[in-house]
Write a protein that binds this ligand. Structure first.
Ligand code: HEC
Ligand code: HEC
Length: 235
C-alpha cells in the first residue's frame, strides 16, 4: 500500500467516524424532542378549561385535540408561540410590533399565543404527545348515526385529509368529528389571510396550501364542508 492509498484509507475512516457521531447525535436530538405523554398530561391542567379533561373542545369555537396527529399539533403550538397578540399590535419573542416585522406569522390567536408562549419547546412536545394519545371524540357522537352526504367539493380535500377525514400524514390534521364552528372558522381564516387582510386575532392563519384551497370556496361550500367533516365519526 503506497502512502497516498494509506492516506485515503485514513481519510475514509475519519469520515465514517464523523458520520457515526453525527447520526448518533441526531438520534439523541430527536429522542429529546419526542414528546412524553405522561408529562404532557400533567401540564394539560392549563388547557382543561377550554379543551376539556379529555381533549374535547368545551365551546363551539374551541377544537377537539384528542387523537389529533402529534406532529400537526406541535406545529400549531409553535406557530401560536411565535406570534403573541398583545392588543393593538402583535409581538414576537423579539418584542416588536406587528407592522414593523419582516417575519410572516402563520397563525395568530390572542389566547393560544399567550398559552403556547408560556411553555418551553420540551413542554409543548409533551403536550402534543399527550393530546394526540387520547381517544378521539366525534362532535356528533350520540346525536346522529349517519354522517351527512359528502358535498361535491370534498373530492378536493380527500387527497390530503383522507377519504373519511382521517389523514395518514402526521403533518396534516384529521377533520373527522371536529367541531363544526371551529372548522368553518379555520377555512374562513385561511381564505381571508391570503387575501392580504390586516391580521386579526383568531382570523389570521396563513398557509400556502390551505390558502389556495380556501379561496376556491364560496361561503355556502365552506359551510357544507364544515357540516360534513363535523358529522363524520373520528374512528
Ligand atoms: C381560554 C381557552 C383556551 C385555553 C386555556 C387553551 N386553548 Fe387551545 N385553543 C383555544 C381556541 C379558541 C382555539 C382555536 C384558535 C383558532 O381559532 O385559531 C385553540 C386552538 C388550539 C390548538 C390548535 C388545534 C388545531 O386543530 O389546529 C392547539 C394545538 C391548542 N389549542 C392547544 C392548547 C393547549 C396545549 C393548551 C394548554 C396548554 C390550550 N390549548 C389552552 C382556546 C384555548
Ligand atoms: C394539498 C393538501 C391539502 C388539501 C388538498 C386540503 N388541505 Fe386542508 N390542510 C392541509 C394542511 C397541510 C393543513 C395544516 C395547515 C397548517 O399547518 O396550518 C390543513 C388544514 C386544514 C384545516 C384546519 C384544521 C384544524 O384542525 O385546524 C381545515 C379545516 C382544512 N384543512 C380543510 C380542508 C378542506 C375543507 C379541504 C378541501 C376543500 C382541504 N382542507 C384541502 C392540506 C390540505
Amino acid at each position: 500500500m503506497d502512502r497516498s492509498e494509506r492516506r485515503a484509507r485514513q481519510d475514509l475512516k475519519l469520515l465514517l467516524a464523523l458520520v457515526a457521531i453525527l447520526v448518533g447525535s441526531l438520534s439523541i436530538l430527536s429522542s429529546a424532542m419526542a414528546g412524553n405523554a405522561n408529562r404532557g398530561s400533567e401540564l394539560a391542567t392549563a388547557c382543561v378549561e377550554c379543551h376539556g379533561q379529555d381533549g374535547v373542545g368545551q365551546k363551539p369555537e374551541v377544537p377537539n385535540l384528542a387523537g389529533q396527529n402529534e406532529t400537526y399539533l406541535l406545529r400549531q403550538l409553535n406557530n401560536f408561540k411565535s406570534a403573541v397578540w398583545v392588543g393593538e399590535t402583535t409581538t414576537a419573542a423579539e418584542g416588536d410590533g406587528w407592522r414593523g416585522f419582516a417575519t410572516v406569522y402563520e397563525r395568530v390567536h390572542p389566547i393560544m399565543g399567550v398559552m403556547a408562549a408560556s411553555f418551553d419547546a420540551r413542554a409543548l412536545a409533551d403536550l402534543a404527545a399527550h393530546f394526540s394519545s387520547l381517544s378521539c371524540h366525534s362532535s356528533r357522537a350520540g346525536e346522529q348515526a349517519e354522517p351527512d352526504p359528502a358535498p361535491a367539493r370534498t373530492a378536493r380535500c380527500e387527497s390530503c385529509h383522507g377519504v373519511s377525514g382521517q389523514s395518514d400524514n402526521d403533518n396534516i390534521p384529521n377533520l373527522a368529528g371536529q367541531n363544526r364552528t371551529y372548522l368553518f372558522n379555520q377555512i374562513t381564516s385561511f381564505q381571508r389571510s391570503v387575501r392580504g387582510a390586516e391580521p386579526q386575532p383568531g382570523v389570521h392563519r396563513l398557509h400556502p396550501v390551505m390558502g389556495r384551497q380556501a379561496v376556491l370556496l364560496n361561503e355556502d361550500e365552506m359551510a357544507k364542508l364544515a357540516d360534513y367533516y363535523a358529522s363524520l365519526p373520528c374512528r
